[in-house]
Design a protein around this ligand. Structure first.
Ligand code: NDP
Length: 780
């Protein structure tokens, strides 16, 4: 080819990156790897190949992790953990800093190895993945340094197990390893079967950083190895990124074990383009949203929603841009779209697209090499319910539909079981900032996409999982309160006496649903006696149907979340005031129910209501210091509809301590009060009725905690469940919560001092909210 030819065609020449160093590293290990346990490689054992998806050539053989391997890794991690946690914060910070430096020093080796093992373009691994990895370790070196002064009451969890997918192998390692280590935990990480190599390289280099033996362990293997890690009795936390199906299984398996859990799962993220958007920028953003990493991105902007008036022009321009994308050798620096991870994933993508009979499919008119490659594809004209609109394709396939109004855009965007990310394009900042909070997503990007940073929380809502990675919020998921917890004994209702005494009129308290007192659907009631055998009253026995009605009422009241925090605070103060006016009556009731003088509990309850009235407009979000010209706003949003199983031992204080933080943050609630002493709660209905609280914000269903926990925890329209019940229900609640992956906060049969600092404060507010990160770049 002559220079003249090149000028005539203006075509790209080849710009290959050398694979020599990566291959030399593999060859230095004879192409065979064991696990990294206790600071050294184990002897390679039975295993499987890992191949370069672009060439189908085997790169290396790695070892299949067995239960015995995991036992070894866990005991190394356990042994190393106390000393690691006891290191002065500055020492741990220095190790994390050293890891960041090592990543930077070896950045090209990591980038090339990642592209070879995963198939992603070198431009992405070199310019995005690896710099983000280094940034994550630097940022967490800082968190480690500041931890004792910023979180003095928190301690590490112990030994963490991390399971990561193949789409961002080293970045996902960083997202798990950096916070775990910064917090003083040790870790066992299982990389994905398809992409184990950069994790092994990282482990080997960690020796150069002087990382103490056993702090970081890598056990390679398939899903069975992952499952065995999840089931291991000596692991205190599981941090998982991967598919919703596996995440759900992990939720079920860990239920009731007391293992902490964070799940970062799939998505079908909307990419909304309004008619006043800068179209060319929106198209460039879209290239990044769906063709970055071949669309194999959990937060890929895979669902384009474009305003009707510009749809034709937008699709036309998009198709032209798609035709210009270059698909091919991931190690070529001029390639936009690399190889699909594995022939099995290619087969899934192909089958999903081929099965579709709706709309119009456009495949980019660009050469696609033979092998594990798939052309950039656009499917327009799909109905909102079509499979491709709802299911994650996890490939370079964009689906598109149109909308007319912002209201419709939000409706379509939220019409999914997922809630990971969303993108909004408009030149109208008012519109963008009006729409962003309405989107059900953990992350919203305005006029940009796929912005990530260690300082900004990333994670989902709904079936995209729970927990955040990055920022202080991410670190907290690797910590627990320092205070030792005491076991909780199951409370017993006062027994039915042989000759019950009764005074005055029989009063049967009703349920409270949608602002009205309601008879229980089952038509049963139950007597409540004092410890001395006096009949104090009857309560309605709520059932599954009552829970369903209460959930419906709570949904209908969701406008509460839109009330200003000031307005919510005023109502909480009003409730406290009304409770205060009837303090003597409540104290008498508590004395009857518990035989203890009730004054102290009533006073503590009034104070607690005041505390959360105060918090309502003070649990502020944050502006994160991310490295862009712009801001990343971390907003505390309510979970939505919450189920609350109250403590038995403090019938009024427990009720207020759970309801107040939840509603102060804008949630609506279904409350199951103390099972053994429910009458303080049913009396409280009258306080609620006179306090201007909108109907449906608080719904009260009395009855058996064991009977009501399951319908509440399995309900698909409940977003979070707390249980402080003295009935052992943690396992049931966590298991049932897997249905829609709702958040749970349960006591695992440990007591809480409801009168002390453990009974109120930020832990409750954090559990009542999810952080949404809204990225707003600025500048012309
Ligand atoms: P998986 O969820 O199956 O895998 C994620 C990780 O979990 C891998 O390390 C995997 O091991 C491991 N694993 C598999 N089964 C279990 C188990 N029962 N218990 C514990 N760990 C387990 O995702 P895949 O890689 O199989 O991809 C399947 C689909 O998931 C994709 O098509 C995509 O839709 C979605 N996905 C979503 C991701 C996200 O970031 N949200 C990331 C990756 C995939 P192994 O690698 O050996 O299977």
């Amino acid at each position: 080819m002559t220079i003249r030819d090149i000028f005539d065609s203006m075509d790209y020449g080849p710009a290959p990156e050398s694979s020599a160093e990566s291959l030399a590293w593999i060859a230095a290990h004879n192409g065979k790897f064991g696990h990294w346990i206790d600071g050294a490689f184990t002897k390679p054992g039975e295993g499987f190949d890992t191949a370069n998806p672009a060439t189908a050539k085997v790169l290396a053989t790695v070892t299949q992790g067995t239960e015995a391997d995991l036992d070894k890794a866990v005991s190394a991690a356990r042994k190393a953990q106390p000393a690691w946690a006891k290191l002065p914060a500055h020492q741990r910070a220095k190790y994390l800093y050293a890891l960041a430096r090592l990543v930077q020093k070896n950045s090209r080796l990591f980038a090339v190895l990642e592209s070879m093992d995963n198939g992603k373009p070198i431009r992405e691994s070199r310019d995005i993945d690896i710099p983000l990895v280094a940034r994550h370790f630097y940022y967490h070196a800082g968190l480690a340094q500041l931890l004792p002064s910023e979180q003095p009451d928190m301690a590490p969890l112990g030994v963490c197990g991390a399971i990561i997918p193949w789409n961002f192998p080293l970045l996902m390692l960083a997202w798990k390893v950096a916070p775990a280590l910064a917090a003083g935990n040790t870790i066992i990480l299982k990389p994905a079967e398809f992409t184990p190599l950069t994790a092994l390289l990282f482990a080997e280099l960690s020796r150069e950083a002087g990382l103490p033996k056993g702090v970081l362990n890598i056990v390679t293997g398939d899903g069975d190895t992952g499952a065995a890690l999840v089931a291991h009795s000596q692991v205190d936390k599981i941090a998982f990124t991967g598919s919703t199906a596996v995440g759900r299984k992990i939720r079920e398996v860990t239920a009731g074990t007391g293992k902490a859990l964070t799940l970062e799962l799939g998505g079908k993220s909307p990419y909304i383009v309004f008619d006043d958007a800068d179209i060319d920028s929106a198209i460039e953003g879209l290239v990044d949203a769906i063709w970055f990493n071949q669309g194999q991105v959990c937060c890929a902007g895979s669902r384009l929603l474009v305003q009707e008036g510009i749809a034709e022009r937008f699709h036309g321009k998009l198709k032209r841009r798609m035709d210009g994308l270059r698909v091919g050798d991931p190690l070529d620096k001029c390639i936009d779209v690399g190889a699909i991870i594995d022939p099995s994933q290619l087969a899934i993508i192909t089958a999903m697209v081929d099965a579709n009979r709706e709309g119009e499919t456009y495949r980019a008119a660009t050469p696609v090499p033979v092998g594990c490659f798939y052309p950039p594809t656009l499917i327009t004209g799909l109905s909102a319910a079509s499979t491709l609109m709802q299911e994650e394709i996890f490939g370079p396939v964009l689906v598109s539909t149109t909308f007319r109004t912002p209201v419709e855009a939000v409706e379509l965007a939220n019409n999914t079981r997922y809630g990971l990310a969303a993108t909004v394009w408009t030149e109208n900042i008012n519109l963008a900032l009006d729409v962003a909070p309405k989107l059900k997503a953990g992350v919203v990007w305005v006029n940009g996409t796929n912005m990530f940073d260690a300082a900004a929380g990333f994670g989902g809502v709904r079936e995209s999982g729970f927990g955040r990675e990055g920022g202080w919020e991410g670190l907290l998921a690797y910590l627990k309160p320092i205070a030792k917890r005491q076991p909780l004994t199951q409370a017993k209702a006062s027994p039915t006496p042989a000759n019950p005494t009764t005074e005055g009129l029989d009063r049967t308290a009703k349920l409270f649903i949608g602002g009205k007192q309601a008879r229980p659907d089952g038509g049963y009631s139950k007597p409540i006696y004092s410890p001395k055998g006096k009949l104090l009253g009857q309560i309605g026995v709520g059932n599954r149907k009552d829970i369903r009605n209460a959930v419906e009422a709570a949904h209908a009241a969701k406008g509460w979340a839109k009330a200003t925090a000031h307005a919510r605070a005023q109502i909480l103060y009003y409730i406290a005031e009304n409770l205060s006016a009837r303090a003597a009556e409540f104290a008498r009731r508590l004395k009857d129910l518990t035989e203890n003088p009730g004054e102290q509990e009533v006073e503590a309850s009034i104070q607690r209501m005041f505390t959360y009235a105060a918090w309502a407009d003070k649990f502020d979000g944050a502006v994160k210091s991310v490295p862009i010209r712009g801001v990343a706003i971390a907003m505390n949003e309510p979970n939505g509809v919450m189920g609350l199983l109250c403590p038995d031992e403090v019938p009024l204080l427990g009720l207020i301590s759970t309801i107040a933080p939840a509603i102060a943050m804008g949630n609506t609630v279904i409350v199951v009060p103390s099972e053994t002493a429910p009458l303080a709660a049913t009396d409280f209905i009258q306080v609620l009725e006179t306090s201007d609280l909108p109907a449906g914000v608080v719904n009260l269903v009395t009855g058996s905690h064991s009977d009501l926990a399951k319908p509440l925890a399995s309900h698909m329209d409940v977003d979070a469940v707390w249980s402080f019940s003295s009935t052992p229900l943690s396992a049931v609640i966590e298991r049932e919560a897997a249905s829609n992956l709702k958040r749970t906060w349960v006591n695992h049969a440990f007591a809480r001092d409801w009168y002390g600092p453990d009974g109120e404060g930020r832990a409750f507010l954090r559990a009542a909210t999810e952080i949404k990160t809204i990225w707003v770049p600025y500048g012309e």
